[in-house]
Design a protein around this ligand. Structure first.
Ligand code: SF4
Length: 314
């Protein structure tokens, strides 16, 4: 819910659009951004969609409304473009759960293994990886690796467990987690299952409950990336959906599947990093061309191959 009154939002939207036009910037926003930031963006999507859009755009400036590793990804895939983030402190607890040094040590303990990194990692960690993936294409990326190859999967424990179950492949999984998704517990799901027999349940695979949800074998429960949730809600004949991921997605779901009802399984599932991006900060960023996100050429060069594989898969 916006803390700004509607006229203030409209005024800021106009200012932001004018500044974006003047600087030939494209505004990209993640599904977890606050509604008023989503509403002013040229493109709203998940990590994979935003990475693809950033790579494809002709705009010389990308204003990235998301968290830092996403802006880094855009900078790596779009050399020569200026990538701005409205708040440099918009980090990610999941990306912080493994460093490049820790990954180098882990690789040394598993010689010959292939490294698959979820996109929620720093550029340095991507540079040490063979493949990147998002929740939207993690299963396809793992399936594309020859059977019999050891796979080090990082950094999200729950996504790794889910990929193992779906693909039937054994993964060696890093024990990282996103505090927002890990906080959605099986008890939250069980309560909704009992109280809302008419609702479909949409669960992000990063959630602490996702692997247990699969075990329920319940046909009302669907483990999906955020883009997958939107496609599912649009095409489903059902009217009511319970959503287990960061609550920012509810705004986009309501816009893209009008007339249907979406409710958060946990109102606590709010990412404070995503919510650091505000319309005022976006306006300041475009006006002052700050804060530019850059990745050293040597790291970007090594990270690019893993990212290009991600963008090309699924
Ligand atoms: S919701 Fe979790 S994984 Fe996503 S940006 Fe926030 S902390 Fe990182």
């Amino acid at each position: 819910m916006s803390t700004l009154a509607a006229p203030a939002v409209a005024e800021l939207h106009e200012e932001v659009r004018e500044l974006a036009h003047r600087s030939e910037a494209v505004i990209l926003a993640h599904n977890y951004q606050v509604p008023e930031v989503q509403d002013v963006a040229d493109f709203v999507g998940d990590s994979l969609g935003l990475a693809r859009e950033g790579a494809a755009t002709d705009a010389p400036v990308i204003a990235f409304c998301g968290v830092h590793f996403m802006a880094e990804t855009a900078a790596i895939l779009s050399p020569g473009k200026t990538v701005l983030i409205p708040d440099l402190d918009a980090g990610c607890s999941l990306a912080d759960s493994i460093t490049a040094d820790q990954l180098r040590t882990w690789k040394a303990e598993h010689p010959g293994a292939v490294v698959v990194s979820y996109v929620n990692t720093t550029a340095e960690v991507k540079a040490e990886s063979d493949y990147c993936c998002t929740s939207g294409n993690a299963t396809e990326v793992v399936r594309s690796i020859p059977e019999g190859t050891e796979i080090l999967f990082l950094p999200d424990l729950y996504l790794g467990l889910w990929v193992e179950r779906v693909t039937g492949r054994k993964l060696t999984i890093w024990m990282g987690e996103c505090h927002v998704h890990a906080g959605i517990r099986p008890a939250d799901i069980e309560r909704w299952q009992e109280d809302s027999p008419d609702a479909e349940l949409l669960v992000h695979p990063e959630c602490g409950c996702a692997s247990q949800c699969m075990a329920f074998g319940n046909e009302r429960t669907h483990i999906l990336s955020t883009e997958g949730m939107i496609r599912f809600a649009q095409s489903s004949p059902k009217e009511r959906f319970l959503v287990a991921t960061e609550t920012g997605i509810l705004h986009r779901l309501s816009k893209e599947a009008p007339g249907k009802t979406f409710e958060a399984v946990s109102e606590r599932a709010i990412c404070r990093y995503m919510k650091m991006i505000t319309l005022e900060k976006l306006r300041d960023s475009l006006r002052d061309m700050k804060h530019e996100v850059t990745v050293p050429a040597e790291i970007a060069g090594r990270a690019r191959q893993a990212l290009e594989r991600m963008v090309a898969t699924g």
